[in-house]
Design a protein around this ligand. Sequence first.
Ligand code: GMT
Length: 373
Amino acid sequence: MNVGITCYPTVGGSGAVAAELGKQLARRGHAVHFVSYRLPFRLDEFTGNLFFHEVDVTSYSLFEYPPHELALAAKMAEVSREGRLDVLHVHYAIPHAITGFLAQQMLGKEAPRLVTTLHGTDITLVGQDRSFFEITRFGILRSDGVSAVSEFLRRMTAEEFDIKNRIEVIPNFVDLSLYDRRSVPERSAFAPSGEKILLHVSNFRPVKRVFDVVRILERVAREVPAVLLMVGEGPERASAQALARRLGVQDRVRFLGRHDRIEEIMLLADVFLLPSELESFGLSALEAMAAGVPVVGSDAGGLPEVVRHAETGFLLPVGDIEGMAARTIEILKDDEHQRCLGQAGRARAGSLFNPDRIVTQYERLYERVLAQA
Ligand code: GMT
């Protein structure tokens, strides 16, 4: 099949999933064409059948806001025509479902089928903003196939946007072979006195509740020597650093910035913290499970579909810092318990969220929309 993929190239779950999916599809022999304004951040592999097409957005003094969406739609149409695409698979409804629809309109009968994958904040935050509501709904309704990364997100999309069309649940996936214990970095570089290592990875937006992460570390460190590694960049990083100073734990919290090879850091952790307000899926929690690391997080959104409470980690009500700290301490004080939770997480990631299983579901979705043509 000839597949076009459009996603946000910046660091984020939807871009990561799109890039990993493209690589997997190319390995299965499909021709895959990425169309975006920058090389997606995890697209680090180039083979004869994997292509990247950069969207050039012209800046002209008349345009206070350069029309990125129009340039993207035109590029999607051009790549569709030249690459004889069967399917255009867009990740994140806004604006990609709309630019995909525009590309289809430009091509008429030659147009590829449009598949939209909903990732979460496109529905839970962006789509709920009244100014984006109608256009998000339109994009979903005009797609030939729609998938959501969790049952929670499927249900929420159907209810909030009053969508009767079929939305398939195709969860995110993780490649277990990347999480190889033989390539773990030196623990002592991060925990020089043999401290336990807590880890958080995110884009530091308010929905991630990074202040809860710092507060959990502060409570844990009262009972167990521990450090916290904070990976990622985003608007609340500076305030989280200030909070660590205010709580007197600045020496225990290290902000490492962005990292592409997340698996190496994951393998270092004893507990992964994800106390988000909402996660439609929680890809970073799945990556922690792949590394055999127990997850302590919030019982919100699609996270319970990924993390099994008391089996692969613990999920508590949003904002329950005391409860999350208590569960973290419980894990850190009992190596055997930590090992059991970690092993169960890795087994769950490998059996339910492996690339073979999930990529096949995407291929079936492509076949289904092509059969409707
Ligand atoms: O987490 C973010 O804010 C980034 C966002 C994205 O689209 O890049 O992540 C969403 O999509 C991920 C991949 O499907 C999911 O694992 C995340 O749970 C989801 N984020 C939220 O729902 C907050």
